[in-house]
Design a protein around this ligand. Structure first.
Ligand code: VG1
Ligand code: CO
Length: 543
């Protein structure tokens, strides 16, 4: 089989966002679109000659077709091997683990995460490096630069590889190994958590509902929770990955996982509920009548991780994305360890994890993880919560009440305005930037602005600087609001408004978050003119 060299021309807009390239599936299916981008990745990382790659995705529509193309291109570009999850399936954290475990030169993950899937929905592709983590900005810049001057790609003329049989085959001169997507990941979880204690928990009648949202975590959750930990059959619902995720948004938050919320707030509902997203890296935690905000979840996990065997020696440090609440900072301060604030997106945690400066990381967008892999990990967070509940013998509500009593409560919410006119969204951000000088001292209702600026991050490990990472406005009496435009959407712009206020009055810790944040929410709108500029009365999504 001789590789074809196919002539092509650059395709506009192939700029990786917060997490790889995400586009409408039909865009990805256009002639040369996928091929151009895959070749740009290969060229951007210095070629794949003699390299081994991990390949897998979240099973969404076009996953299998895209993998066949990637395999033919990897072979034509001289890769020595590809290790592929059976059926083309690998959750994002499982792919990260496989890259590390097998010591490969990185991997390609096919996913648009929590975005819906299907021919009229979204598709995505990203490259992760040899540490298992998303490519850093230097690499994504090189990939993007290559998309702009690409003139050909290499592809083998060959039949499809059978992705369904666990076996080793060859494609041209390249080895292709099809592996079980769950086994290695499940083994890693057994190393980190006290599976005996978790088995005893379920044997004692503890009731859990895990909603896999028809996405990739189904097989992982079924194997770990039901088969290995003895949770009753039916604990995992919506556990078979579907190409269109059953028509839903595989986004684990109270809006899109409403069915789970209804079960958890019903009379005599389960003790513990959890959900994960399309590619298995996000998590939602909800106890009986008690939704846990992702920022609070990060703080609790950081505070109590030492109760799980994998973290018994304590944490080196904690890292959170800038818009994530400061609840984790209070835990770090109490423990006397460092807390880092990074830009949004998991790629910024990689250096801190590699350097051993942070052990646990998290984002307000329902992502938590640790140094066990280089991605956020939905099921990991669920198992750590279970381990904490087993070790403390507390309910989720009790854990939260105790946490707030000790540290105070960082009331927190994110308001998203989706598919906003791009020009209007950019103007809103530009006008905010222009008002940095005049905002301090101005009052909005009871709140007076103390500082206003745009977040830039200086990586303490490699010294690189990332600027333009979100606008922050802090109030003199405490509380802050942040504004960002999403880097994962595929339609117009999504404005994210992050709202936070610390409460330490012991009598004021049990309020509804929206009520507790009312003055911050009102100020956020006045400062940026959100309703006026977007023409929206209310956010599309509140988390
Ligand atoms: C969003 C989240 C961010 C997360 C990213 C990828 O990015 O805000 O915290 O890292 O999605 O997560 P943005 O740019 O849309 O705000 V996933 O689970 O979509 O890979
Ligand atoms: Co995801």
């Amino acid at each position: 089989m001789t590789p074809h060299i196919v002539e092509t021309t650059p395709i506009e807009g192939q700029k990786p966002g917060t997490s790889g390239l995400r586009k409408k599936t039909r865009v990805f299916m256009q002639p040369h679109y996928l091929e151009n981008y895959v070749q740009a990745i290969f060229d951007g990382i210095g070629g794949v000659q003699g390299k081994v790659l991990i390949i897998g995705g979240d099973g969404r529509y076009f996953n299998d077709r895209a993998i066949q193309v990637i395999l033919r291109m990897a072979a034509a570009n001289g890769a020595s091997g590809c290790i592929v999850g059976q059926g083309g399936i690998l959750s994002t954290p499982a792919a990260s683990h496989l890259i590390r475990k097998r010591g490969t030169d990185g991997g390609l993950i096919l996913s648009a995460s929590h975005n819906p899937g299907g021919p009229d929905e979204d598709f995505g592709l990203k490259y992760n490096g040899p540490n298992g983590g998303p490519a850093n900005e230097g690499v994504t810049d090189r990939i993007f630069a290559r998309t702009k001057d690409i003139d050909s790609y290499r592809i083998l003329d060959a039949q499809d590889v059978d992705l369904d049989q666990i076996a080793s085959t060859t494609l041209g001169d390249m080895q292709v190994e099809i592996v079980d997507p769950v086994t290695d990941y499940a083994a890693l979880m057994e190393e980190l958590f006290d599976f005996d204690a978790l088995r005893a928990l379920f044997a004692g009648g503890f009731r859990m509902r895990f909603d896999a949202m028809h996405a990739v975590t189904g097989p992982y959750a079924t194997e770990i929770l039901e088969n290995r930990l003895g949770a009753p059959k039916g604990t995992v619902v919506n556990g078979t990955p579907l190409p269109d995720f059953g028509g839903g948004h595989p986004d684990p938050n109270p809006i899109w996982a409403k069915d789970l919320m209804d079960h958890m707030y019903a009379e005599d509902g389960p003790d513990f509920g959890a959900a994960s997203d399309g590619d298995g890296d996000r998590n939602m935690i909800v106890g009986a009548n008690c939704y846990v905000s992702p920022s609070d979840s990060l703080a609790v996990l950081a505070d109590l991780a030492h109760l799980a065997p994998g973290y018994a020696k304590g944490l080196a440090g904690i890292a959170r994305s800038m818009p994530t609440s400061e609840a984790a900072d209070r835990v770090a301060a109490a423990k006397g360890i460092d807390c880092y604030a990074t830009p949004t997106g998991w790629k910024f945690f990689g250096n801190l994890l590699d350097a051993g400066r942070a052990t646990i990381c998290g984002e307000e967008s329902a992502g938590t993880g640790s140094d066990h892999v280089r991605e956020k990990d939905g099921l990991w967070a669920v198992l750590l919560w279970l381990n904490i509940l087993a070790a403390t013998d507390k309910s989720v509500m009790q854990v939260m009440t105790d946490h707030w009593a000790r540290y105070g409560r960082n009331y927190y919410s994110r308001h998203d305005y989706e598919a906003v006119d791009t020009a209007a969204a950019n103007q809103l951000m530009d006008d905010l930037r222009a008002s940095f000088g005049s905002l301090p001292g101005q009052s909005f209702g009871p709140l007076t602005v103390e500082t206003a600026d745009e977040f830039a991050y200086d990586d303490p490990v490699d010294g690189s600087r990332s600027s333009g990472q979100g606008i922050r406005v802090a109030f003199a009496s405490g509380g802050r609001v942040m504004y960002r435009l999403s880097g994962t959407g595929t339609e117009g712009a999504t404005l994210r408004v992050y709202l936070e206020r610390l409460e330490t009055d012991p009598d004021a810790l049990a309020q509804d978050a929206q009520a507790a944040l009312a003055s911050v929410i009102a100020a956020a709108d006045q400062i940026a003119g959100i309703r006026k500029r977007t023409g929206r009365d209310a956010p599309d999504v509140i988390t």
